[in-house]
Ligand binder design. Structure first.
Ligand SMILES: [Zn+2]
Length: 206
């Protein structure tokens, strides 16, 4: 089975900034939720894929990953049946650290999943911000610690609206987001239909 995920929570109502106390989370992570919804829509319209595909929207990522922990404690299928998890996080703007049409994958060198997806058309490169430890900072990490090949797709360019009320819809680059989601369609369809079972690079499993 292939697991596609995003987190649907953000950080709620907090200290007002310029009179606005609603922290919208348009990029973090409504953008990732839209990606998962669109991938679900596309896969549901085609011929049933070889793998079962599970679409999960986790809650409470921002408060410590309670949603992904609940999923791991109450998995809908045996966890060792999940061959790969792709989490989608913050794809609402392009990252100036990579080419405008590229996305990056956390923990790129830890498994052979990123290179294989890239080989099948994904515009996916290594995370250009390794000092940020993004591999450890999303829902994928709890799954990876259970041994599942689980990584996050993103184009977060360290913009200053991160965890601010100004992470709102006015700052979403829809042309980028549409292109980003579209670029993952065929690679995800390939993964869902392939016999390929992603593996950890020796010594790189958390
Ligand atoms: Zn997030």
């Amino acid at each position: 089975m292939v697991l596609l995920t995003a987190h649907m929570d953000h950080i709620g109502i907090r200290k007002p900034v310029n009179g606005n106390d609603i922290y919208n989370g348009a990029d973090d992570d409504a953008s990732g939720c839209i990606a998962v919804l669109q991938l679900a829509r596309t896969l549901a319209h085609g011929k049933p894929p070889r793998h079962t595909v599970i679409f999960a929207f986790f809650g409470s990522e921002e408060t410590g990953g309670q949603g992904d922990q609940y999923f791991l404690e109450h998995p809908p299928v045996p966890l060792n049946n999940i061959v790969a998890n792709l989490e989608f996080e913050m794809i609402g703007r392009a990252d100036p650290a990579v080419k405008p049409d590229q996305l990056w994958l956390t923990g790129y060198d830890r498994t052979n999943l990123g290179p294989e997806l890239a080989h099948h058309g994904a515009k996916l490169v290594a995370d250009p911000h390794p000092d940020q430890n993004f591999f450890q900072r999303s829902d994928n990490y709890a799954l990876a610690r259970k041994g599942i090949v689980a990584q996050t797709v993103s184009s977060f360019g360290l913009h200053h609206d991160y965890h601010q009320p100004s992470d709102d819809v006015a700052h979403v680059d829809f042309a980028h987001m549409e292109q980003a989601i579209h670029s993952m369609m065929k690679p995800v369809q390939w993964l869902a239909n392939s016999k390929f079972k992603p593996e950890w690079v020796q010594g790189k499993k958390p």
